[in-house]
Design a protein around this ligand. Structure first.
Ligand code: DAT
Ligand code: MG
Length: 153
């Protein structure tokens, strides 16, 4: 049965700081299923389209230049309520407001270096997954452990 999917990215600061494993691990340990992952260098055009909703804001140019400054790890995670739960696991956008225990609360200090991206709605998830992944790059697979993660596997 298809569950909800979301787009998560370890941003260039997270990759440079060696936090890929830590961030992947948090979603794995929660029980979500990884269905797509790749290291990639986003083009300027991809970064601008990804962050299109922020065009015109004061931080947009810096955001695009940061997002294209090095490789990112683009991922698709699947699970019940994964969009909302992943956002909660990431914590508030500004790490100074992000609670300890969240990814940004534990691993970041500055809003412009907040280590992780996650889609904020089903519409964003669909749009962002289509932007970063070709259909064949997402892998359908079944997990035996689902019976231990979900009451209704
Ligand atoms: P989120 O990444 O939590 O979805 P967002 O969509 O509002 O947050 O903003 C996208 C990114 O832009 C965010 O992760 C960091 C950066 N950003 C947001 N607000 C900012 C600000 N006031 N100053 C600098 N960077 C900002
Ligand atoms: Mg956002």
């Amino acid at each position: 049965m298809a569950r909800e999917r979301t787009f998560i990215a370890v941003k260039p600061d997270g990759v440079q700081r060696g936090l890929v494993g830590e961030i992947v691990s948090r979603f794995e340990q929660k029980g979500f299923k990884l269905v797509g992952i790749k290291l990639m260098a986003p083009s300027n055009d991809l970064a601008r389209r990804h962050y299109g909703e922020h065009e015109g804001k004061g931080f947009f140019a810096g955001l695009v230049s940061f997002f294209t400054s090095g490789p990112i790890v683009a991922m698709c995670w699947e699970g019940d309520n994964v969009i909302e739960m992943a956002r909660a696991m990431m914590g508030k956008t500004n790490p100074k407001d992000a609670a300890p225990g969240t990814i940004r609360g534990d691993l970041a200090i500055d809003v412009g270096r907040n280590v992780v991206h996650g889609s904020d709605s089903p519409e964003s998830a669909k749009r962002e997954l289509e932007l970063f992944f070709a259909a064949g790059e997402l892998v359908e697979w079944s997990r035996g452990v689902d019976a231990h993660v979900y009451e209704k596997a």
